[in-house]
Ligand binder design. Structure first.
Ligand code: ADP
Ligand code: MG
Length: 377
């Protein structure tokens, strides 16, 4: 039976009208069936002992996409991934449930349209009075959102662990690196003008490599900063100006036109000034590096409800499809570290904000940061 929800709600017994409804539904079984049919957040259905779907509720249709008439009579193996089907999992699961009485797991399942979701699955074997198995009851819940949240948490924990390691690492590497840099300067000074071109070239290469190592080290150090943020009420526009002021003439020399567009009455927001400056620097640096032929760097700030939105837009190369720019060490640049955006993400998440990007190849990219105006979630 395939009832519309409104129709079902009309039919369901109410406390006030219980007597007349009891007449209408003499069997509590029928009431129970209607209740199950109406549940939206759980797929609740039954299988025959061999795994053929025999009942279906509206939650099952919502989660898995099949209508009752499409799925009743079919084998439940269509809910499994190809890999699980090949491994004979549908049959094994029913065997376990029949032997143990129940089976529960969290695993991937497939919807009618082929998309995969994380499901919590509980199967209960049903026996008649004579102890004969007559089917299985299945309750399935879509837990994709929870899984995503758990994954994000794990990634943050990983970043935090990396931060602690970086502190030790930076301490051990920083001093010898400074020493090397000084030695190189002394040698360059000593040889000034008189060295063989090959020696000059070698020195220059060593200087560049040292510079790269120093940048890498400094970016690592950002992770090592003590966890937590030190907020004060801040004018974000001013932060942009402080970050861009020392670089702007260099940007203009590279053919990059810088525009700042901030709402006139933008409120102050509670942020860690140094950390947000680093966010701005990392985003602007990426934007500039994406425009080797020049272009336009546009930084915007505006209020949207209880959030402040900061955008850093460029007219550069765009980000190739499938490149997860927030992944640690993911870089497409010969001199890159792949740490800039993971640092941005970490800092923004410490501020209870979010960051995402919109990009188009050869047109450009916009990084959009959203921060809560009151500093809380
Ligand atoms: N504005 C942008 N335009 C194009 N690509 C970008 C942009 N920002 C980031 N990327 C891509 O994301 C990668 C990771 O950036 P990031 O974490 O800052 O590391 P890095 O700049 O050291 O490579 C870059 O190597 C680049 O491929
Ligand atoms: Mg970068």
């Amino acid at each position: 039976m395939n009832r519309q929800p409104e129709e079902m709600n009309r039919d369901l017994p109410t406390m006030a009208d219980s007597e007349s409804n009891l007449e209408k539904f003499p069997h509590s079984e029928e009431q129970f069936r209607l209740l199950v049919e109406g549940v939206k957040d759980y797929a609740i259905y039954m299988l025959s002992p061999k795994g053929i779907v025999t009942t279906w509720n509206s939650g099952a249709q919502r989660i898995k996409g099949y209508r009752t008439d499409e799925i009743v009579g079919k084998h439940f193996s269509c809910f499994f991934t190809a890999q699980d089907r090949e491994a004979g999992k549908p049959k094994k699961i029913l065997e376990i449930a029949a032997a143990a009485g129940t089976f529960e797991e969290e695993n991937l399942r497939v919807r009618k349209n082929g998309s995969v979701f994380w499901a919590n699955i509980l199967i209960t074997a049903l026996y008649d009075n004579g102890g004969e198995l007559y089917g299985f009851a299945k309750v399935v819940r879509d837990i994709t959102e929870r899984k995503k949240a758990e994954e994000k948490l794990r990634e943050h924990e990983r970043l935090a662990a990396l931060g602690t390691t970086a502190a030790v690492f930076a301490h051990e590497i920083g001093n010898p690196l400074n020493g090397l840099s000084t030695s190189l300067q002394i040698v360059s000074k000593f040889l000034a003008g008189s060295a063989d071109p090959v020696v000059e070239e070698t020195l220059e290469m060593s200087r560049q490599e040292l510079q790269r190592l120093t940048t890498l080290l400094n970016e690592y150090r950002s992770f090592a900063k003590p966890q937590g943020i030190n907020t004060e009420m801040t004018d974000v526009r001013q932060l942009f100006q402080e970050v861009l002021a020392p670089a702007i003439s260099h940007y203009e020399d590279c053919g990059i036109n810088v525009e700042l567009e901030f709402d006139a009455n933008l409120p102050l927001i509670p942020v860690d000034r140094e950390k947000i400056k680093q966010v701005i620097l990392n985003l602007c640096k990426n934007a500039v590096e994406a425009m080797p032929e020049g272009g336009s760097l546009r930084c915007r700030g505006y209020q949207s409800g209880d959030r402040m939105i900061i955008e850093v837009a460029d007219t550069g190369t765009g980000i190739p499809d499938g490149l997860n720019v927030f992944q640690l060490f993911k870089t497409t640049k010969p001199q890159g570290t792949g740490l800039g955006l993971p640092i941005v993400e970490q800092i923004i998440s410490e501020h209870h904000g979010s960051v995402h990007h919109v990009t188009e190849l050869e047109k450009g990219t916009v990084f959009i940061v959203s921060l809560p105006l009151d500093g809380t979630k």
